[in-house]
Design a protein around this ligand. Sequence first.
Ligand SMILES: [Zn+2]
Length: 459
Amino acid sequence: MNIQFFGACKTVTGSQHLITIKDKKILLECGFYQGLREDAERINRNFPYDPKSIDAMILSHAHIDHSGNIPNLIKRGFMGKIYCTHATKSLVEVILEDSARIQVYDVEYLNEKNCQNLEPIYTPNDVAPVIERLIGKEYGEWFNVTNGVRAYFQDAGHILGSALTTLELNEDVLTKRLGFTGDIGRKFLPILRDPEQIANVNYLITESTYGDHLHDDARTSYKSLANAINNTFIKGGKVIIPSFALERAQELVYIIHELIDTNQIPDNFVYIDSPLAVKISGIFAGYLNLVDKETREIFLSKNKNPFIFTKLRFIESAEDSKKLNSINESCIIISASGMCEFGRIRHHLKNNLGNSKNTVIIVGFMAENTLGRRLLDGERQVNILNERINVKAKIIVLNSLSAHADQKDLIEFIHNAGALEKLFLVHGEEKSLNVLADKIQKEDVDEVIIPDFGEKVDL
Ligand SMILES: [Zn+2]
């Protein structure tokens, strides 16, 4: 048996790992590579293996860098089933429809601008066949993936429905256990239960997004967010928060709801300006059985829905979104996309970055070469929608809400995973991977591997 790595190698996007055991092939994730347009087109359009040869797929969670190329996989001949949790199944449908719409829109824009004749990698019509293949599974139950392979999901505490996977691989008389983290969350994140632990595995593939970084405690995010909001409102400014529509937007609503209820911030209007975030908030409301005990105590036991309060407004139409520009009083606008590369957030940043009364709060990971990263890096001039904008608004970085384990969490997770023969570090930028590899205790792992794209390793 062996594993070959086709994504998230020395980068944080495009996760795809292919396990071969005898004549069976199992794909872990089928993520979209996100980055420079030419790179994304080259990497996402064609697969470095034959999709027809894959027997089954495991999907850890609904984020696009893990799920985004599944419609293309099926277009190219993949015939098998895709195993994920029930919540991931619900979320991935709306995430892929949104991704398809963005691709169609982007291609139409480019074709018109450059007189080209490009085709989107997939369209909304390609999403329905994905939904037919998704098989929802419970956490904590073994299930058969294909001949000789069983799998078991645990809660990864990263986003709703996210799973840590343990695979039991049986080849003749040899049985090996392989753990795959997908993305690992953290303790004390709002809404989500704390991550569980993969144990007794021979091999572990772990994400390493923050292998070189220590976060502030997630519990400090409430105080930091309240301070940033109060300091902006005192000046009469607006708070703009670029946010992923999935999970982060719902967490922000949850925290702001609690801050208002406990009188830590005034109850000014809060706008969620993202049709996708609106849909996803509806899905969250259907999975309240998965929330943590704090959410039960603070909201559910008092018959309160964390995602509804008096001055919360969900904005769906483009017309209503534009109206937000003319609002003069202090308010909070949460909008997508998370890294500010597309979507309505770009309009809000264009309209608000030039005013020193306003604050932009960066609450998520910003990949290299994104507008979000340029703001995070403190650039004082940025290009948005073909305009050069002077950045006068205050930029605040709030790392405590990160949905990814930090260096300490990762080292602890690896330590508790078992006596590892091989540890694979993926889903991290190069510096982060190298720093983490250096920190891993020698007695925990026989061999640490940072795979290159296409690298094959025997198991
Ligand atoms: Zn993720």
